[in-house]
Design a protein around this ligand. Structure first.
Ligand code: NAI
Length: 341
């Protein structure tokens, strides 16, 4: 099938070309992000392949449908950026990659956690300047600390296993508790108790109307003084302004982010010669105890191979009716309440 692939980088081409050699779809790699201004580039294509910061609202979907698009193949697990009801009305099938490597994201979460705790990013710069002083680099043992995990699906479960390996006490909240997690010692509690007891809080739930700003001023006020907060899921799980207040008051002792509410205008691009217009993001960059990466949790060789394979499998399944099409069906997307533990 003819696929218009938006928001592509050289690495997407490398991994998709490698898999497509065997599959034989016709892929047009487009560097542009999908927006109302660029949607006409998909004219004449039956499939659009989109990524996390592409715009997939009613307006864009209508343009795509008018141009002949019948399948939207997301090369991501998250689909919070798609107007599913509009896609259904327009007859556009939406498919996603449900799981490509929970290890990639869980291990990156751990990288942020360890980096923040032992300040390896600051130590690296100091040593390069021949500054071997240790002041400001004091960390804490993870052993016996309490880690609270919001969402124990595929990624949250791997992260819980990793933290169990450090000898941490594990708390979690999830409307669908996992027996596997219980087996290796995870205790399910309600959200408030998780916030109150945890030294480290890590978010691994999807972004839904129920989880939007799940970390707000009230949630932060319940947390331990000096808590470490990590978000590798979706930016809007966190009310960034409330988190900045928490950092200023020192209620939050460490913040690790791989995602940001307004990341669409920033991430995945080299903006080193440009002035950042987002004052909230610029403020975050001023804190010594904030470590931000630009949505790279998924970025491992294994994950990119799996994403390319699963995306092209979705396209083939749509075309031939054979194999599994990982379709996102609006009626099946239910948003469970956070407190139903
Ligand atoms: P999953 O669907 O396997 O697990 C999500 C879990 O969250 C489920 O167990 C679900 O019951 C739970 N959940 C739903 N609503 C909840 C609520 N209100 N409170 C607590 N738990 C709730 O998803 P997976 O694969 O583990 O991914 C988690 C998130 O990670 C994705 O939604 C996505 O936003 C993010 N992600 C980030 C990436 C990155 O590069 N930084 C890459 C891939 C995913």
């Amino acid at each position: 099938m003819k696929i218009a692939m938006f928001s592509t980088k050289s690495y997407d081409r490398t991994f998709f070309d490698a898999i497509n050699k065997e599959v034989g779809h016709e892929i047009k790699y487009l560097e542009s992000r999908l927006t109302p201004e660029t949607s006409s580039l998909a004219e004449g294509f039956e499939v659009v392949c989109a990524f996390v910061n592409d715009r997939l609202d009613k307006e864009v979907l209508r343009d795509l449908s008018e141009g002949g698009v019948r399948l939207l193949a997301l090369r991501s697990a998250g689909f919070n950026h798609v107007d599913l009801a509009a896609a259904q009305k327009l007859g556009i099938t939406v498919a996603r990659v449900p799981a490509y490597s929970p290890y990639a994201v869980a291990e990156h979460t751990l990288a942020l956690l360890l980096g923040l705790n032992r300040q390896t990013h600051r130590a690296y710069n100091r040593v390069r300047e021949r500054n071997f002083a240790l002041d400001g680099l004091l960390g804490f043992d993870l052993h016996k600390k309490t880690v609270g995990i919001v969402g124990t699906g595929k990624i949250g479960t791997v992260f819980a296993e990793l933290m169990a390996g450090f000898g941490c006490e594990l708390l979690a909240c999830d409307p669908y508790p996992s027996d596997d997690c219980r087996e290796f010692g995870v205790e399910y509690v309600d959200r408030d108790e998780l916030f109150e007891r945890s030294h480290i809080v890590s978010l691994h739930c999807p972004l839904t109307p129920q989880t939007h700003h799940v970390i707000d001023a009230d949630a932060i006020s319940r947390m331990r003084d000096g808590v470490m907060l990590i978000n590798t899921s979706r930016g809007a799980l966190i009310d960034t302004r409330a988190v900045i207040d928490g950092l200023k008051s020192e209620k939050i002792g460490y913040l690790g982010l791989d995602v940001y509410e307004e990341e669409a205008d920033l991430f995945f691009e080299d903006l080193s010669d440009r002035v950042i217009q987002d004052d909230v993001f610029a403020r975050l960059l001023t804190f010594p105890n904030v470590l931000i990466t630009g949505h790279q949790g998924f970025f491992t060789r294994e994950a990119l191979t799996n994403i390319a394979e699963a995306t092209l499998d979705n396209v083939t399944a749509f075309e031939t009716g054979e194999g599994t099409l990982h379709e996102v069906i609006p009626e099946k997307v239910e948003a469970p309440e956070l407190d139903e533990t």
